[in-house]
Design a protein around this ligand. Structure first.
Ligand code: 5AD
Ligand code: SF4
Length: 459
């Protein structure tokens, strides 16, 4: 018997039409996806699950009962990449018990290491790079037929145009939407231009269509994603134009975007922070370092002063803007003075939140070839940097007490009547509320600040 068309019946079983047209039922195959790294991987994992849904797979949250395990990986730092191999090691027993289990590696490690993954871990059946997810069903079929399947091409076609539409199921109030992928900046430490390829923007009509569809299904807040999101050029007026057009969608209440590069922050996007009410007052704008010498060696193409002037312009447009950043300590040849310049920049800007990392050598990137900073110095600088950033984060959070914020409620809390949501500044806010549903926006007065969240009362 040859199965030709699997369809979900909505109750978790799969209807299978045999070649002769008769109908048979079978239990669905189960797909376990583990996602590492950035928000774009979260979005890609959702889309892969949807693509595999069309092939008769339902998602499971444990690898134990899976028919296919997919690791959506991150290559940005050595630790992230090595995690993949230790995770794969854990599935050895499972694979021995269940020879039909297929194991796949997707994401940036797949792109960077390709076939090498199968050499290090022969139990891997399938390797798929981020630009080829629309080919996942064919790759899975190949793996099921007992062949090794590898696809790490950068195909001409747009993977998003070829991925199946999202199913119409209801969803939570927040969603990610990828608008741009890849990076042409080539910062000297970063693998992204190699793993995600050149900058590509999705056409704005497609994004508008996907956004409308998300809103129909209950989404109230969309975060636009791109490795260099503000270099978006799929709209004639750039990202600012796209944000303004998205803001015309009734029912879409909040728009965010991440991650931006300082050099692509154009006048219109800055102005949108002043005049587009739906654009939230929170901006992730990585600077990486505060020393001009290091910024130059990082190939960032801007100085510390230019970054600070840009922040001033953004704050003129939106005085309550909360800023977030990424920092790298211990970049090759970073001296104590260079590090102190980074600390001084942080003192001047004052961040509401931040991500900070020790420099990690990435093979094939220019900085990996240069004289390295000793590990204990990196540790020491990271500790001092995180102490400062942590203090700023606490200070800004504590300063919210007494203020009114708007909260988009995302889920129920543990206490009776408690709901948890996010403020416009992306603070987690708990409140005991009556008659407020998940997905509703409400005005809340902040009454207390805890280490990682705020407590509010409905106004
Ligand atoms: N080492 C440490 N941090 C890195 N990042 C990117 N590449 C490296 C590296 N080789 C950080 C940058 C970037 C964030 C996503 O990860 O701060 O903005
Ligand atoms: Fe990497 Fe961002 Fe630099 Fe691009 S702009 S190379 S993604 S750090």
């Amino acid at each position: 018997m040859r199965y030709v068309r699997p369809l979900m019946d909505g109750r978790g079983a799969v209807r299978l039409f045999c070649a002769n047209g008769s109908l048979t039922m079978s239990t669905p195959k189960k797909l376990y996806i583990k996602t590492y790294g950035c928000q774009m991987n979260v979005y890609d994992s959702e889309r892969m699950a949807e693509a595999m849904g069309g092939e008769g797979y339902v998602q499971t949250d444990t690898p134990d009962d899976a028919d296919m395990i997919l690791l959506n990986t991150c290559h940005i730092r050595e630790k992230a990449a090595e995690k993949v191999y230790s995770e794969l090691g854990r599935y050895k027993g499972l694979k021995a018990e269940k020879p039909d289990l297929k194991i796949g590696v997707a994401g940036c490690v797949a792109q960077a290491e390709g076939q090498e993954i199968m050499r290090r871990q022969p139990m891997v059946d399938l390797v798929v790079g981020p630009q080829s997810y629309h080919r996942l069903p064919q790759l899975e079929a190949k793996a099921r037929a007992g062949e090794k399947a590898v696809d790490t091409d950068f195909p001409e076609e747009d993977k998003f145009a070829h991925l199946k539409g999202r199913p119409k199921a209801k969803r939570g109030p927040t969603a990610f939407l990828t608008v741009q992928e890849g990076c042409d900046k080539f910062c000297a430490f970063c693998v992204v231009p190699y793993t995600r390829g050149a900058e590509v923007s999705r056409p704005s009509q497609r994004i508008m269509g996907e956004a409308r569809d998300l809103v129909e299904r209950g989404v109230r807040e969309i975060t636009l994603l791109g490795q260099n999101v503000n270099a978006y050029h799929g709209h004639e007026k750039g990202l600012g134009g796209l944000v303004r057009e998205l803001a015309t969608i009734d029912g879409l209440e909040r728009i965010r975007f991440t991650t931006s590069h300082p050099n692509d922050m154009d006048d219109d996007l800055i102005a949108a922070h002043a005049d587009c009410e739906k654009l939230m007052p929170y901006l992730h704008l990585p600077v990486q370092a505060g020393s001009d010498k290091i910024l130059k060696r990082m190939n960032r193409s801007h100085t510390a002063e230019q970054y600070i002037r840009l922040i001033e312009r953004l704050r003129e447009a939106r005085p309550d803007l909360h800023l977030s950043g990424d920092f790298i300590v211990g970049f090759p040849e970073e001296t104590e003075q260079d590090f102190l310049d980074t600390m001084a920049l942080i003192e001047e800007v004052k961040y509401g939140s931040a991500f900070s990392f020790k420099y990690s050598e990435r093979p094939g990137t220019p900085a990996a070839e240069r004289p390295q900073v000793p590990e204990d110095e990196k540790d020491d600088r990271l500790r001092r940097l995180q102490a400062l950033l942590g203090q700023q984060q606490r200070d800004l959070q504590n300063a919210m007490v007494g203020r009114e914020v708007s909260v988009l409620f995302e889920k129920k809390g543990r206490l009776p009547g408690q709901m948890i949501g996010k403020s416009e500044y992306l603070h987690a806010v708990h409140a005991v509320v009556e008659n407020v549903e998940v997905g509703e926006l409400a005005k809340v007065k902040i009454v207390a600040s805890q280490s990682n969240s705020l407590t509010g009362e409905l106004i």
